[in-house]
Design a protein around this ligand. Structure first.
Ligand code: NAP
Ligand code: MG
Length: 490
């Protein structure tokens, strides 16, 4: 039976007045798993007003940090109790494998746990100055937070925003990607069962150009936090100028993975595979540009291709599948188009390059792990974010050239270096212009560490104490400890 999703506004599940519905598909077989509402501009504006009213009431914004911590832990506990359901929904809706989805759910729970813990640590400062002046620096919530997320990590990207935004005491409106609302709906069902006051957290499904745009433009929204494409991010920043709301952007990438000839080859090949093919390459921090030192190029490519060919592609809920479906037909077509462009540009396909339409996969959106060699920095497949299981392999002569190629991009999200020479590895990684970097590994990170990009990969940081800062204002309170006239005038 197809599930009919509802909007969650002011603590109630409600139908949209818009009769239009978005069909939510399982990308592994195109089965319709739900129908989602498409909130109108009016409904979005009304929700923003409700969120603002709740903020001003102080019911959450002025609550004790300990109380907010307690409720964040309630959410974490409920997610933990529903781990299996969340994994199943994420696999069905996004196409990723069970293993990937399970890791996302664990990380999402840890995010709530982390911010709940952080709230129990004081985060203000005080200074004693001249003239009996005591200065306190305190943190306060910003107000109404609009949270707009993409389809590649529907649960995790949502919770990276929801947890710190709630921890800080804001009212929040979450807008999931149009095609992947399932896990967000589930989490809001769980939130509804907690003691979070009514009217603090709202869930609006609908199109980016209506719901997202209205949030970004609204004078009553105080921060818009967006993860998605650089192109839409640019538009959000422009839309936010009306009331100069705070803007936090987590955008695309084209991250270099630099492999020196002194690296342990087996390790480098293994991590490079994980770096690009995890999440079917639909990961903002994917290592989509592999740079290999000349001497080991042929051996690296041979070993990399041999393993890429063995990756088991299939439905995410099949226990043998190592790489799942592409999220949508549109995204699949975009990837296929980039593969065509790569060939036209003169790059050579070392493996993959096609949609997979066999063994019952013909109804799903599956693409072979694809490796391009003989590529040059000016090619579109090297410059532009493909967001799929497609990697390019280039060569470099020495450290100088490696850095030059690595930084020859408008993006600056992530980067990695593989070498057995620790000094060299550190020298190189410090020169990579990116916010998230690795030495002899890829993708692994901690909730404590700030996540975000340089250059056109975004503004601001998620996670860690930085992630809480994003959702807070900073106030100085100057107190005269010995009140008497200063006699500045006469
Ligand atoms: P997107 O268009 O940037 O969408 C991300 C979110 O923004 C979605 O919730 C989307 O809603 C919303 N949105 C769209 N237009 C908007 C607007 N004018 N104002 C406010 N919000 C708006 O990303 P996508 O379409 O999902 O994917 C396109 C490309 O973005 C990908 O191929 C990839 O290159 C990149 N991408 C990057 C990341 C990352 O983590 N860095 C993640 C996903 C995608 P709708 O879903 O309703 O359109
Ligand atoms: Mg879009």
């Amino acid at each position: 039976m197809t599930q009919h999703l509802k909007l969650y506004i002011n603590g109630e599940w409600v139908d949209s007045i818009n009769p239009q519905r978005q069909e939510i598909l399982n990308p592994a077989n195109q089965e319709v798993i739900a129908k989602a509402p498409k909130a109108t501009k009016d409904e979005t504006e009304k929700t923003i007003r409700t969120a603002k009213k709740t903020f001003e009431s102080g019911v959450w914004s002025e609550s004790d940090p300990q109380e907010r911590s307690r409720i964040l832990l309630q959410i974490a506990d409920k997610m933990r109790a529903n781990q299996e359901v969340l994994v199943t929904l994420e696999v069905e809706n996004n196409g990723k494998t069970k293993r990937e989805a399970a890791s996302d759910v664990t990380d999402a729970i840890n995010t709530f746990q982390y911010y709940a813990d952080l709230l129990n640590n004081p985060n203000g400062q005080t200074y004693e100055g001249d003239d009996d002046l005591q200065t306190m620096i305190i943190k306060e919530p910003i107000g109404v937070a609009g949270l707009i997320v993409p389809w590649n990590f529907p649960l995790l990207m949502s919770m990276w925003k929801v947890a710190p935004a709630l921890a800080a005491g804001n009212s929040i409106i979450l807008k999931p990607a149009g095609i992947t609302p399932m896990t967000a709906v589930k989490v809001f069902e769980l939130i509804d069962e907690t003691d979070l006051p009514k009217g603090v957290a709202h869930l609006l499904m609908g199109s980016g150009s209506v719901v997202g745009q209205t949030i970004a433009e609204s004078d009553d929204v105080d921060i818009v936090s967006f993860t998605g494409s650089t192109e839409v991010g640019r538009g959000i920043m422009q839309a936010a100028t009306g009331n100069l709301k705070k803007v936090s952007l987590e955008l695309g990438g084209k991250s270099p993975n630099i492999i020196f000839d002194d690296a342990d080859l087996r390790t480098a090949v293994d991590h490079a595979l994980f770096g690009i093919f995890m999440g079917s390459g639909q990961v903002c921090s994917s290592g989509s540009r592999i740079l290999v030192q000349e001497g080991i190029h042929d051996e690296f490519v041979a070993k990399f291709v041999e393993r890429a060919k063995r990756i088991k592609v299939g439905p995410g809920n099949n226990k043998d599948s190592e790489m799942g479906a592409i999220v949508s037909e549109k995204q699949m077509e975009r990837i296929v188009e980039y593969i065509r462009i790569g060939k036209e540009e003169g790059a050579r396909i070392a493996c993959g390059g096609k949609r997979i339409e066999r063994d019952g996969m013909e109804k799903g959106f599956f693409i072979e792990p694809t490796v391009f060699v003989d590529v040059t920095s000016d090619m579109r497949i090297v410059k532009e974010e493909i967001f799929g299981p497609v990697v390019t392999i280039q060569t470099f002569k020495d450290e100088t050239e490696a850095i030059k190629i690595a930084n020859d991009t408008v993006y600056g999200l992530a980067g990695a270096v593989f070498s057995s020479d620790q000094d060299k590895a550190m020298r190189i990684i410090k020169k990579v212009r990116a916010g998230i970097t690795w030495v002899n590994t890829y993708h692994l990170t901690n909730v404590q560490a700030p996540w975000g990009g340089y250059k056109q990969s975004g503004i601001g940081r998620s996670l860690g104490t930085y992630g809480l800062d994003e959702y807070q204002e900073t106030k100085q309170i100057n107190v005269n400890m010995d009140p008497k006239p200063i006699q500045w005038f006469g």
